[in-house]
Design a protein around this ligand. Structure first.
Ligand SMILES: Cc1cc2nc3c(=O)[nH]c(=O)nc-3n(C[C@H](O)[C@H](O)[C@H](O)COP(=O)(O)OP(=O)(O)OC[C@H]3O[C@@H](n4cnc5c(N)ncnc54)[C@H](O)[C@@H]3O)c2cc1C
Length: 287
């Protein structure tokens, strides 16, 4: 039985550094403890929040009155299975995957370089860049159906991956098998460097954020450009600010509340709708 940890603040587990206390915090180390965490929630009629590294989450100031599950050590593994197949636990870091694949001389996941978060979060969000998403390298995903309490293995074709979505709601992703390609280490390293270079502007953020706030409506109208065209760069509410480095990022200048961020989200949405007639859809998950 996992030891429930109380008085945890979501602010300490989200990249935006925002969020209040949780009713119950668990870090199951294996599938049995995970099932226990799910049944604690069910027996107390509490909602469940699966959290990875919290890099795409806006958590409420008054906290979460439910059970938070952060996968523990038994889900943190990256193993080679055959020459081009890699098995990874949902709790492992995407950046560790990029580094490990490069050491093994395996290409195909370089596009993930610089994207923070866990494998579980990346799969749930179908993380990626314009040209490539994590779905493109997935063979199958192992997940726990939290309603049924059953573990299943889903082939990529059975998962409804979309733009920053996977349709895996209600599931706790446990791990995945991905297919990479044998290549020269130097070639893999070079591509990683190139992808990292493309992200150099992010250094200008310099402050906590949760990545892109909105999905891009289409390639011609990236959300950041639309928000910038509404003159909202640098706009501030309380401790939150629409970043001067990229208008689709909201940064925490210090002491920002979830209400401050929601205020900026509302402002950006209304302004873009008024000026361009476009409805911005959220990429970040609001808890
Ligand atoms: C500076 C910065 C840059 C970023 N750049 C990019 C980018 O270029 N491309 C991109 O796609 N994203 C980007 N992001 C967003 C973020 O890094 C990704 O969405 C990442 O995959 C989230 O992983 P996480 O572990 O932090 O997930 P979390 O933020 O913890 O969770 C995100 C969602 O996934 C769910 N979830 C997490 N783990 C599991 C699991 N095991 N089972 C089921 N559901 C789960 C959560 O419930 C939540 O709904 C960026 C974020 C930051 C802060």
């Amino acid at each position: 039985m996992p030891k429930p940890k109380k008085e945890k603040l979501l602010a300490d587990h989200t990249s935006l550094k925002i969020g209040g206390p949780v009713f119950c915090w668990t870090e199951p180390k294996d599938i049995d403890e995970l099932l226990d965490s799910v049944s604690i929630a069910r027996s107390r009629k509490k909602s469940i929040l699966i959290i990875g590294r919290g890099c795409n989450i806006l958590a409420p100031d008054n906290g979460f009155d439910g059970v938070v599950i952060k996968l523990g050590p038994g889900f943190d593994y990256i193993e080679r299975e055959g020459s081009e197949i890699v098995k990874l636990g949902a709790g492992s870091s995407i950046q560790d995957l990029v580094a490990r694949a490069s050491q093994w001389g395996l290409g195909g996941c370089e596009f993930l370089a610089g994207i923070p978060g866990s494998a579980g979060g990346a799969i749930f969000m179908n993380a990626g860049i314009r040209e490539k998403e994590i779905k493109d390298i997935i063979l199958e995903v192992e997940a726990l159906d939290m309603e049924e309490g059953s573990v299943m293995s889903l082939k990529r074709q059975e998962i409804y991956f979309g733009y920053r979505s996977s349709g895996l709601d209600g599931m706790c992703i446990l791990g995945a098998r991905i297919k990479l390609n044998k290549d020269k280490n130097s070639a893999v390293e070079k591509r990683i460097e190139d992808f990292i270079k493309r992200r150099e502007w992010m250094r200008g953020l310099g402050l906590p954020s949760a990545g892109s706030v909105f999905k891009n409506p289409n390639d011609k109208n990236p959300a950041g450009r639309l928000i910038e065209a509404c003159d909202l760069k640098g706009w501030r509410i309380g401790g939150a600010e629409i970043s001067n480095a990229h208008a689709n990022f909201i940064v925490n200048k210090g002491g920002a509340s979830s209400k401050d961020v929601l205020g900026l989200i509302d402002l950006a949405r209304k302004s873009v709708k008024e000026k361009f007639g476009i409805d911005l859809e959220l990429e970040i998950k609001i808890i």
